[in-house]
Design a protein around this ligand. Structure first.
Ligand code: AMP
Ligand code: ZN
Length: 475
């Protein structure tokens, strides 16, 4: 197949560009991964949906993808800059564990969410703390190239040495403000410019008791947050690679600093395309713990949704728009996905083992949509048009929709094996049993409640008691 033109928006140049891989037929991509101090929220899940669809699109189009994603398990302070406490160590205190246990616990949680969401496992899924040697090596390179300076507390990158430091942020002038002028707590008074950032933090002062620590040429300490991504990216992908992803919050600090480090070490632009997803909002505003709307995948499941309903919901917005999450829209996504499953099952029944042929007409429309800076809502509408197009045989429609699912990742093939379509009568019967069980529980008749649970289980129905009431799903 001729490889079609792919357009991606490159934050570095502030425009949509034709994607040209460094090596023909290959894509090298680094994805900023989660800081493993807490469960991921659904905003993080949106960021990784984008990564997943991007990878799937390239593979669908015949590219091989060398993908690296990190687990940040050290050095990310409570502010994205150099102030505050290490998030890992703070979480360790919160949960009365040590930071290593915290990291392992939440790495497992991330892996489990990825599986639930049907995100492909990155080829290199690597931990920052396994790459301290590489980080030290990179800092030494920058030191030799004259981009760093030392204070009593840290080794810093000197941003004034890199003329295009602010390009990713939009190219504004570097503010010529001295650090001492800012009345922030814990600012290193020896830091020369407010934008200078730590490459290596020494275990002194507020970090004296930092648990995760390593020896280094600059004394015992731990790496700054940004250095890990430069170290792992260039270790696995070399000093020139195609794509680097992350959420929009990473543009102004984390990625700006990472790009500066790359330049400090390699004296060149290492990443070709910086790709950023915009944020997921909830009920029209920012997600926040204090607002009580920072949902995790578990919250979504407890409301009776499957993870793939959330996946379908994410696909409904292009990654460069802010997507708004509400439970109503989730419900609509769930219904749409159910309808899709039903349609696919019907096509399968009608096709009755006939081999279908992929419709080239729809395939080229589908490719045009996804290759247009991942226009997933358009891709979904092409898919629906195909599913409903009765001028094509059921077998051809089935073959084509399953082919598209290699990019959409809705696991439609598995649906064909597992899903049962309930008749209206069956659905009503389940609802009645669930209500009867709720009533039995209300009158503390636990035996009856358990009997009904058993009866539902025999019908292949699983129930869960949540703060919002009982939800049920087919097993
Ligand atoms: P973190 O664990 O904070 O480094 O975040 C993991 C990824 O999720 C990063 O790429 C963030 O930019 C991204 N992210 C954080 N919040 C949101 C949000 N509300 N919507 C979309 N992406 C987000
Ligand atoms: Zn990163």
């Amino acid at each position: 197949m001729d490889q079609p033109t792919i357009y991606l928006y490159n934050t570095l140049n502030r425009r949509r560009e034709v994607f040209k891989p460094i090596k023909p037929g290959e894509v090298s991509m680094y994805n900023c991964g989660p800081t493993v101090y807490f469960n991921m929220h659904i905003g993080n899940l949106r960021a990784y949906l984008v990564v997943d669809v991007l990878r799937r699109m390239f593979e669908y189009l015949g590219y091989s993808v060398e993908q690296v994603m990190n687990f940040t398990d050290v050095g990310h302070l409570t502010s994205d800059a150099d102030e505050g406490e290490d998030k890992m160590e703070k979480a360790a205190r919160r949960d009365s564990k040590d930071p290593w246990e915290i990291a392992q616990f939440y790495i497992n949680a991330v892996r489990s969410d990825f599986k639930d969401m049907n995100y492909l496992t990155p080829k290199h899924w690597v931990r920052a703390t396994d790459h301290i040697k590489e980080m030290i090596g990179l800092i030494q390179k920058m030191e030799q190239n004259g981009f760093t300076y030392k204070t009593d507390c840290a080794v810093y990158f000197d941003v004034t040495k890199y003329p295009s430091y602010t390009q990713l942020q939009g190219g504004q002038e570097l503010e010529d403000k001295k650090v001492g002028v800012r009345d922030e707590v814990n600012v290193d008074p020896q830091k020369k410019h407010p934008a200078d950032f730590a490459l290596w933090m020494k275990c002194v002062g507020q970090h004296e008791c930092h648990i995760m620590r390593w020896d280094s040429p600059w004394g015992a300490g731990f790496p700054g947050w940004h250095i890990e991504c430069s170290a792992m990216g260039t270790k696995y992908l070399g000093d020139h690679f195609d794509i680097h992803t992350g959420g929009e919050d990473h543009i102004s600090v984390h990625h700006t600093n990472e790009r500066a480090q790359n330049y400090g070490a390699f004296k060149k632009e290492v990443v070709n395309v910086w790709l950023h997803n915009l944020f997921l909002m909830v009920d029209g505003g920012k997600m926040g713990k204090s607002r009580g709307n920072m949902y995790e995948l578990q919250d979504v499941k407890e409301k009776g949704f499957e993870p793939l309903d959330l996946r379908y919901f994410f696909l409904g917005a292009q990654y460069r728009t802010r997507q708004n999450f509400t439970w109503e829209v989730m419900k609509a996504a769930q219904i749409a996905r159910k309808n899709l499953s039903k349609a696919v099952i019907e096509l399968n029944a009608q096709a009755s083992d006939q081999e279908g042929i992929i419709s080239e007409r729809y395939r080229s429309q589908f490719i045009e949509a996804v290759a247009d800076d991942l226009n997933t809502p358009k891709a979904l509408s092409v898919m629906w048009a195909l599913v409903k197009d009765e001028t094509l045989s059921s077998a051809d429609r089935l073959a084509t929709v399953l082919d598209f699912d290699r990019v959409l990742g809705l696991d439609l093939k598995a649906r064909l094996k597992n899903i049962r379509i309930l008749t209206q009568d069956e659905e009503q019967k389940i609802e009645r049993l669930v209500e009867a069980r709720d009533a039995a529980r209300g009158s503390k008749d636990w035996t009856r409640a358990d009997d009904i649970r058993g009866e539902l289980a025999n019908m292949g129905v699983e129930i869960e008691d949540t703060p919002d009431g009982t939800v049920w799903r087919l097993t």
